[in-house]
Design a protein around this ligand. Sequence first.
Ligand code: SF4
Length: 478
Amino acid sequence: MIDNGYLFAKDNKRIFINTSLGCAGQCSYCYLPKMGYSNSSDNYRTISAQAIIDFIEKNKLDINQKTLITLGCYSECWDEYNKNETISLIKYFLKKGNQIQLSTKKQIIEEELTEILPLINYFGQLVIFVSSATISKHDTVEKNTTPISNRFQNFSLFNSLNIPVVLYMKPVLKGITINDLDLYKKYIEQYKIRDVVVGSIFTNYISEETVHFSNKNELFYTKNSDEDMIISELSKITNVYKRSSEVMYKYNVSNHIEKVKNEVAKLLEKDNSGHGLGHINRVLDLSLKFAEKENANKYIVSLIALLHDVDDYKLFGMENAEKLTNAKRIMDDCNVDKAIQEQVCDAINNIGYSKRLKGHSPTTLEGKIVSDVDMCDALGANGILRVYTYSMKNGKPFFDRNIFPIEDMNAEKYTRKCADSSVCHIFEKILKLKDLMLTDSGKEEAKNRHQIVVDFLYHLFNEENAPEWTEYLNNYLK
Ligand code: SF4
């Protein structure tokens, strides 16, 4: 744990940096005096970016690309006296690949960002938090801070620069912030604000949670009853969070997902066996819909959906399928957390019809969702098209009236050879999938898609004048 006032770090997951200790803002709730620092401009102290960097290096803070850099959490970092130092730090950490959050009550202008913008590598590497605890009482509660009309120009600027910008309604001041609810709603609509953090004030009253940048156990989260009402009302019009770290996590994982998508595209873009990008994108889309309904972790669902075929034995051989070589490499390259990698690999290892025949199935909700969706994509109109594509690739007929399906299918027979015709494959696998669903969403979707395949077969056998196959289908469905 490191704390020199300007920099606080419990570990290398997140560090808090303030390039000043002291502020002329004179907010009534300011934490600086509570932490033993002055919030008067007379005792204004700043630190250079280089001194912070030297401090980090001298203390061997093991900062890596996963370390979240938090600027301005308890002292203004964009004052005239210290904004150049803050800019230098932002440049330093952007070049190192870190994700940065900057909280401010100041208005930032585009010219100040000239050297920063070219260094941003992905959407969400730098996220701006515009603090505001009151609108109508600004003159008394946030006395010497930038007026709201100027401060909120940050939303227009950063939206136009495609940099995420968050309304930071923290702290919620009891009986004050809530009175401006309609005004906040108006600004959220006007500036198209997509993310809002509604957060508790920190006080000396002991509660269950100590403030993350305080090691002295002297500041605690102190929730008040107005917060729930504000969250409930604002959630109707935008995304609302209780912690800034949740917003940073959202942008961090969406960056991971983009990177993973690009890597998967490189591996599967040429596939014409029905496991290509079309299939992956459909599985991702439907999995996210199921995840919403089933209340699952969308990040993990996305990773499983994107990576579930990148080591498929039919495409990449048995050795890669067993070791999950490609999935692991992609997740390592994209900096996915090791614990999440394990969950993803465990799910992928248990997804697939052949694995189900061997008695394996995913155990987590996220794995079950992708398993169901993967099977749903083998049903319905796309399922039929994929079977057709696969038969074209393997030179097997789509329908041969003289070859009937294997009825006692097992894992060994299934992996040993490809079905003699697409219609046999439909009987041997596709029509069984409906009963292998693991989630309610999957069961509902599979029922509809199963019926599409059944209807198709009746039409096919009718057009082929093959009544013996119609009878076979009737018996099969009994
Ligand atoms: S702007 Fe921030 S640091 Fe400055 S007085 Fe207000 S709360 Fe304190």
